[in-house]
Design a protein around this ligand. Structure first.
Ligand code: ATP
Ligand code: LTN
Length: 334
């Protein structure tokens, strides 16, 4: 039988602290599902992480822990490549080139830059500003067809597409122009304390977010305290009932049920039944991940072996693209 080449997926996540339920439902859960049908390349975006100051000891620990956590979630090294960005220097090299094909005005429109410069007003560094060029390099190096991301990254992906098309137009077809994969529910999980803000691990109010390593009691407590409204009806209406709709989105992701099925299930029941049900569904979903994580995180030698083996696999693909780019731009070959 003729084998058709699988389409390529690329995605990354910053190893800054423990991942939230938002990261998991918006992006990471998809990483795992896509492995059967696509040629997947995943990485920890540790070069991106220093756009915000990191304490070296914590940073090292968080990177190791994030690597273990993604394996625990089901990234399978028999099927996919999973590496650490700083261990493949081509990312920084292509990012420099792409910096010179991206306009100041384009970067100025990025809402993540505006948000993060407000949040970290004492450290609005150049890296934070040019970060989307590094993200474009991450994607374009691997000639990715699709990029699974949460809704907040859509603007960066559009910029990546523009950069790719511009470069292809100036020279000749060099980069695959990628498309996003954004889940229907889960693309934008909101804070449990303020459903108008996205759930974020850097929220000062720890009740606003669930981390994938939270224990069952903590998860139950946080859901019970989640902000809802006073009409006590489980009905999907993001505009008028943002808190309940957010919880319904989470419940739908964890159980696979549709909004109609959820409304029917809780018809005539109040939030007193609904909130613990959401918590239980999340606890059940996270339990096997937490158990596997505890097994893997203790085995540093195994983790080290995994990332050391995966960096050269990624580099082989990245190098090819970078060499093409250098040649087209007019650099003399070594
Ligand atoms: P921070 O909140 O500290 O800025 P982050 O949680 O957004 O960081 P990232 O590494 O920037 O972490 O995001 C990793 C992936 O998770 C991205 O694909 C992003 O779109 C997705 N994601 C982040 N937060 C959410 C959320 N609340 N809902 C859905 N997806 C999310
Ligand atoms: N910018 C993303 C993380 C990220 C990424 C990527 C996602 C870095 N490089 C490449 C997809 C593809 C973030 O902050 N969420």
């Amino acid at each position: 039988m003729e084998t058709q080449q699988k389409k390529r997926i690329l995605s990354m996540i910053q190893p800054t602290g423990t991942f939230t339920l938002g990261n998991y439902l918006g992006a990471l859960k998809n990483f795992v599902h896509l492995q059967d049908d696509y040629d997947c390349v995943y990485a920890l975006a540790d070069l991106h992480a220093i756009t915000v100051r990191q304490e070296p000891g914590d940073f090292r620990k968080n990177t190791m822990s994030a690597y273990a956590l993604l394996l625990a979630m089901g990234i399978d090294l028999e099927k996919s490549i999973f590496f650490i960005q700083s261990q493949v220097p081509e990312h920084a090299q292509l990012a420099w080139v792409l910096n010179c094909y991206t306009q100041f005005g384009e970067l100025s429109r990025m809402t993540q830059f505006k948000d993060k410069s407000q949040k970290h007003a004492d450290n609005i560094n150049a890296g934070l500003f040019t970060y989307p060029c590094l993200m474009a390099a991450d994607i374009l190096l691997y000639q990715a067809d699709y990029v699974p991301i949460g809704a907040d990254q859509k603007q960066h992906l559009e910029l990546t597409r523009n950069i790719a098309e511009r470069f292809n137009g100036l020279y000749s077809p060099t980069f695959t122009v990628p498309e996003p994969i954004i889940p229907k529910h889960g693309a934008r999980i909101m804070s449990l304390q303020d459903p108008t803000k996205k759930m974020s691990k850097s929220d000062e109010n720890v009740n606003g977010f669930i981390t994938v390593l939270d224990d069952p009691d903590t998860i139950l407590r946080k859901f019970k305290r989640a902000v809802t409204d006073s009409d006590a009806q489980v009905r999907f209406d993001p505009e008028n009932k943002p808190g309940v709709s957010n919880l319904m989105g989470i419940y739908s992701c964890a159980t696979g049920k549709t909004m109609e099925e959820i409304e029917a299930e809780f018809q005539g029941k109040g939030y007193g039944d609904f909130k613990p049900a959401v918590a239980e569904a999340v606890i059940a979903e996270l339990k096997p991940i937490q158990e596997r994580y505890q097994q893997i995180i203790g085995d540093k030698a195994y983790l080290e072996q995994c990332y050391k083996e995966n960096a050269p696999k990624a580099q082989r693909i990245a190098r090819k693209t970078l060499q093409k780019v250098m040649k087209k731009v007019g650099y003399l070959p070594l």
